[in-house]
Design a protein around this ligand. Structure first.
Ligand SMILES: Nc1ncnc2c1ncn2[C@@H]1O[C@H](COP(=O)(O)OP(=O)(O)OP(=O)(O)O)[C@@H](O)[C@H]1O
Ligand SMILES: [Mg+2]
Length: 363
C-alpha cells in the first residue's frame, strides 16, 4: 500500500468528516465520513466546486474571506439540513502549505451538544417559572392571612346588627333587613372558605400529619377555589353523587392540590372546545377511594402519554404551564400509597387517582 493510500485509509477511520479543496474551491478529496454524510461518491465530488455541496448554506462568502485573509485557520458553527433532519456542525478550516496550496475542512457533528444546551436553556426557563409559582403560592397564603382579619370583623359586626334589629321594636321591614344581613354573612363565609383553600394550596403541606378527612369537605373546599374560573370559561362542572360519610386518611392540602391540578389541566384542555364539561366521580372501591376526573376532551395522544408525569413536560406555551402539575401530583399520591393513571378505555379524557381509606389498608 502506498503512503497516500495509507493516509487515505487512516482518514477513513476518523469519526469526523474531512475534505480538502484548492484555493479556487474545487474539491480535491474527502474521507469516507464526509462522503457518507453528504451521500456522495468520490467521483461525484472530486473536481466539483465547493458551492455544489454547500451553496445553500450561505457561507460561501465566509470561506471566500478566509482564503483571502492571512489567517491560517478558522472555525464556525453551522446547522445543515441533511436527510430532512437539522444537524449542527462545527466547521474548521485549515490552510495547508503543501506543494499545492489547499484547504482542509473538518466537520464535527455537534448536534447532541447543541440539543443538550437547548434543553438546559429550556429547563432553566422552566425552573424560573416554577420558582415564580412558588413565590406566588407563598404570597397567596400571606394575602389569605391578611384577608381573614377584616373578615372576622365584618362577620362579628353582622352578628351584632342582627341582634340589634331583632331586639328593636321601631324598625320596619325586619325580615328584609335580616335577609340582607344573611346574604352578607353567607358571602363572607364564602370568602373565608376561599381564603382557607388558598392558604392550604399556597403552603407546603408535605410534612403535615395524615388526618382522617371527610371526602365531601375536601371536595367542597377544593371546588370553591376553582368554580369561578370554570364559570368564567363557561365550563360545566358536574359532581356525581357520592357517599357523604366517605373518609380517607390523608394530608388534605395535598389531595386538594391534586384535584386542583387535574381540574386546571381539564380547564385548559376544554376551554377552546365547543363542548365544555368536567365531571368528578368519587367511588368507594373497597380499601381505596377512587377519584375520577373526566373532561370533554378526546383523550391523551399516545405520543405524549408516557411523558405526562415527567417533571417539566408541558405542551403549553411558556408562561402558561410549568409542566409540574402531574409530576407533583404523582409524588403526592405515592406518598399517600396510592396511584394515579389515565384511563384510556374512556372515550373522553379521564384521569383517575386512588387514595387508601386508611393507612391500615396499606399496612
Ligand atoms: N385533561 C387533559 N387533557 C389533555 N391534555 C392534558 C390533560 N392533562 C394534562 N395534559 C397534558 O399533560 C401535560 C402535562 O400536564 P402538567 O399538569 O404536568 O403540566 P402543565 O399543565 O402543562 O403545567 P402546570 O400544571 O405545571 O402549570 C400538559 O401540558 C398537557 O399536554
Ligand atoms: Mg397542569
Amino acid at each position: 500500500m502506498s503512503t497516500t493510500n495509507e493516509a487515505q485509509a487512516a482518514l477513513n477511520w476518523l469519526p469526523v468528516a474531512v475534505c480538502w479543496f484548492d484555493e479556487d474551491l474545487n474539491f480535491m478529496g474527502a474521507n469516507l465520513k464526509f462522503l457518507q454524510t453528504f451521500n456522495l461518491s468520490e467521483d461525484q465530488l472530486i473536481g466539483e466546486h465547493f458551492s455544489q455541496v454547500f451553496d445553500s448554506y450561505g457561507f460561501m462568502s465566509t470561506i471566500g474571506h478566509f482564503i483571502k485573509s492571512t489567517e491560517a485557520s478558522g472555525e464556525f458553527h453551522q446547522p445543515l439540513l441533511l436527510n430532512r433532519k437539522q444537524l449542527h456542525f462545527k466547521f474548521t478550516f485549515q490552510k495547508c502549505q503543501t506543494s499545492e496550496r489547499m484547504i482542509l475542512l473538518t466537520l464535527e457533528d455537534i448536534t447532541a451538544v447543541v440539543e443538550k444546551n437547548q434543553e438546559i436553556e429550556t429547563l432553566k426557563n422552566k425552573m424560573t417559572e416554577a420558582s415564580r409559582m412558588a413565590v406566588l403560592g407563598e404570597m397567596t397564603s400571606g394575602i389569605g392571612h391578611e384577608i381573614n382579619n377584616p373578615l372576622t370583623i365584618i362577620l362579628s359586626q353582622v352578628d351584632m346588627l342582627r341582634s340589634v334589629i331583632k331586639r328593636s321594636l321601631s324598625i320596619e321591614n325586619k325580615p328584609e333587613l335580616l335577609n340582607r344581613l344573611d346574604k352578607i354573612s353567607s358571602t363572607s363565609f364564602r370568602i373565608e372558605k376561599i381564603v382557607r383553600g388558598l392558604k392550604m394550596y399556597g403552603r407546603d403541606s408535605s410534612q403535615d400529619p395524615f388526618q382522617s378527612t371527610l371526602v365531601t369537605n375536601l371536595i367542597s373546599d377544593s371546588l370553591e377555589l376553582c368554580s369561578e374560573k370554570l364559570r368564567e370559561h363557561e365550563i360545566h362542572l358536574i359532581v356525581d353523587d357520592f357517599d357523604p360519610n366517605l373518609q380517607i386518611d390523608c394530608r388534605p392540602g395535598q389531595i386538594s392540590q391534586i384535584l386542583l391540578n387535574l381540574i386546571g389541566n381539564s380547564k385548559d384542555a376544554v376551554a377552546g372546545l365547543d363542548e365544555r364539561w368536567i365531571r368528578l366521580q368519587i367511588k368507594d372501591a373497597g380499601d381505596v377511594v377512587r377519584f375520577a376526573l373526566i373532561d370533554s376532551g378526546k383523550g391523551i395522544p399516545t405520543s405524549i402519554s408516557s411523558k405526562l408525569t415527567d417533571s417539566f413536560f408541558t405542551t403549553k406555551e411558556t408562561g402558561k404551564g410549568t409542566g409540574l402539575g402531574l409530576s407533583i401530583s404523582k409524588k403526592i399520591i405515592e406518598s399517600h400509597f396510592g396511584q394515579i393513571y389515565v384511563d384510556n378505555e374512556c372515550p373522553n379524557t379521564k384521569f383517575v387517582f386512588e387514595v387508601p381509606k386508611g393507612l391500615a389498608a396499606v399496612a
